[in-house]
Design a protein. Structure first.
Length: 58
């Protein structure tokens, strides 16, 4: 019942975003989203790398 949205739902979501923010603002939003994901992955690696190094030492 509450799973991942299908094709039609994604189209409706994208149309709603387009109406709310406008076509000119969407590239800026995607750039910000990409930067946020990049920062999240970097922070995640900063946490997991020392843990993995510790496991390799043992």
């Amino acid at each position: 019942m509450f799973g991942m949205p299908g094709g039609t739902e994604w189209i409706l979501i994208l149309l709603a975003i387009l109406l709310l923010f406008g076509a000119k603002k969407i590239p800026e939003l995607m750039k910000g989203l990409g930067s946020g994901i990049k920062e999240f992955k970097k922070a995640s690696n900063d946490v997991t790398d020392p843990i993995n190094d510790k496991k390799l030492d043992n």
